[in-house]
Write a protein that binds this ligand. Sequence first.
Ligand code: 13P
Length: 260
Amino acid sequence: MAQKKIVVANWKMAPDTLKEAKALYLAERKTATGLRRVQTIICPPVIYLHSLSTPYALRPTPALGAQSCFHLKSGAHTGALSAEMMARAGARYVLVGHSERRAEGESSVQVAMQVNAVFDAGATPILCVGERERDEHGFFLKYLEDQLIESLHGVSKKRIGMLIIAYEPLWAISSEQLRPATPKESEQMALYLRKLLASKIGLKAAREALILYGGSVDVKNCEAFLREGGVGGLLVGRASLDAKQFGEILKIAERAPQLH
Ligand code: 13P
């Protein structure tokens, strides 16, 4: 059976209240549950996870995810939250290595530990990678290679084959945006990431790896990324805070062809 397209909503630090979070989740759920070819994952702020998942015995549709986790499993770490806690609160996925977390000082070494912590907790990591900027000499390719390889340090071949990768260049994220990425760029980078992955998990598994595109995805450009971007889904920030827009993106994804 063809792999479903994955559309991930990253709500970041919004909305402000649980009431709004519940309303947004229910509104997005309405569209998501009617789709057969799209798997929707909603990543709210972690404080809302439990309240959103408990009415569905912690296994809601659409699935819930967390936006980050601490790289260690236990201990005296004030303010930190473990992957295990996220999973127990209903997260089946955890974003790791998001550029906004890396900008706060998270290193690729820590990201690799998070990847393993998320798997150990029984959830699936969505590993975010992406260059901060581009240069005409192509140094950003080496930057991305180092980031990916370091973020997978100590992660087994089997696990690498199971995780989701999100290519999200910092310069294309709506809050930072210098210019939007093009579907062609997404396609080239997905191809490049598959080539890098092939050295770790073999050609066949790398070809089938789930790669998402993220960065200023909206109703207007989502179809082109899905059709021409070489990716199996999308990671959506700002547009996922608007149930109507996000619902449209989901419906467009339902109609777009499968990658594999
Ligand atoms: P925007 O869709 O707002 O650019 O955010 C992208 C993002 O960071 C999702 O993780």
